[in-house]
Ligand binder design. Structure first.
Ligand code: AMP
Ligand code: MG
Length: 351
């Protein structure tokens, strides 16, 4: 099944949602303890950010939990409306139309963080890569084949973080520069949703946006358990990760791709203008979802050697990488978060 990137944030009908939500990255197993004083779970699932978002709140007051979840979804909707390039009236589209705006706090925070991860990753993470993604979208939409090298090169001439400038609250883009916050905004929005839940008195819970997860507190005294999906078989999982107060985010070539071999998918190496193909998936554990999100995309682009080197340089970050050769590589502290064995995965065709 080929899922096109452009479909991400527009859902004219429910059928499309079902189609898009099929390749969810991670399945969360929430095992509630049976103890008599176990907190009941309030839970709701909605469509947002081009995926299904489930919010779980463990709390004795059912109504308070329900209201907190409502407030968290309202916060998600509010920020998505500002940051999505798929909404005409979003703040980010207004910036691209007028080239320079006084940005609000959400856009400013995300763009500043994007700059940080750009620098940390030596340019592998770059929100100005959007014109290249558009070239792929157009080529596969109209001609169902990859773009010509000349088209990619001409789009690449518009890419570069130096084409974006930040001064106080003002963001300015050079002529032709476009930005796409898809590699980082979801994490930011998850963090804001968690803040909203906490402000309303929820101490333990979990926000799962299509496999990008932030768990806070504990699952009735236990850590939260998250099953890591096999990147080539959604019905299978490779490992169970246990976390408390952590985010777990996965970037993979199987989320959105243009061709069955996944040579052309939605994560672009800005240095080449091509999809990054050394890895199948990168799972990052980090305290906050925004850093996990940005780092998963960064490490995916950097590949196993440079990606691991980046993870090892950063405090409190762990990673699990799966290469195209199906090799599973862990950062030095990752093993502490894995419950039981990592399942080997050799049977069946590669793709
Ligand atoms: P994720 O699923 O978090 O890895 O994000 C992938 C999304 O990030 C893509 O759909 C694009 O919107 C955007 N993107 C693609 N390549 C890059 C890159 N090199 N740096 C930053 N964002 C990117
Ligand atoms: Mg990301």
């Amino acid at each position: 099944m080929t899922t096109k990137r452009r479909l991400r944030l527009s859902f004219p009908n429910e059928l499309r949602w079902l189609y898009l939500s099929a390749p969810l990255v991670i399945v969360v197993l929430v095992f509630l303890t049976e103890a008599r004083d176990a907190r009941p779970a309030a839970r709701a699932t909605r469509l947002a950010m081009g995926t299904t978002v489930t919010i779980t709140a463990l709390h004795h007051g059912e109504r308070q939990a329900g209201r907190a979840i409502e407030a968290a979804f309202a916060e998600i909707e509010r920020i998505e409306a500002a940051l999505s390039i798929y909404r005409d009236s979003s703040e980010v589209n207004r910036l691209m139309r007028s080239r320079s705006i006084e940005a609000g706090p959400d856009l400013l925070t995300v763009v500043r963080a994007a700059q940080l991860y750009h620098d940390l990753s030596g340019g592998a993470f770059d929100i100005t890569v959007e014109p290249v993604l558009e070239v792929y979208d157009r080529a596969f939409d109209r001609r169902e084949r990859p773009p010509a090298a000349a088209e990619i090169d001409s789009a690449r001439s518009l890419v570069g973080f130096e084409r974006l400038s930040l001064s106080g609250n003002t963001i300015t883009l050079a002529e032709g520069t476009r930005i796409d916050l898809g590699g980082i905004a979801k994490g930011y929005i998850i963090d804001r949703a968690v803040e909203t839940l906490r402000r309303r008195g929820i101490r333990n819970g979990l926000v799962n946006a299509g496999g990008d997860i932030r768990a806070f507190g504990r699952n009735n005294g236990e850590p939260w358990r998250i099953a890591l999906q096999n990147p080539r078989d959604p019905s299978d999982y490779l490992a169970v990760i246990e976390v408390a107060d952590r985010s777990v985010t996965t970037s993979g070539d199987y989320e959105r791709y243009f061709d069955p071999d996944r040579e052309y998918h939605h994560i672009i190496d800005p240095r080449t203008g091509r999809s990054a193909t050394a890895l199948m998936s990168v799972t990052i554990i980090a305290p906050r979802a925004m850093e996990a999100d940005a780092l998963a995309t960064s490490v995916f682009v950097l590949g196993p050697r440079d990606g691991l080197e980046l993870v090892e340089r950063l405090e409190g970050i762990e990673a699990l990488l799966i290469t195209r050769e199906r090799e599973i590589i862990l950062s030095p502290g990752m093993g502490d978060f894995i419950r039981g064995r990592i399942r080997t995965w050799s049977a069946g065709p590669e793709r």
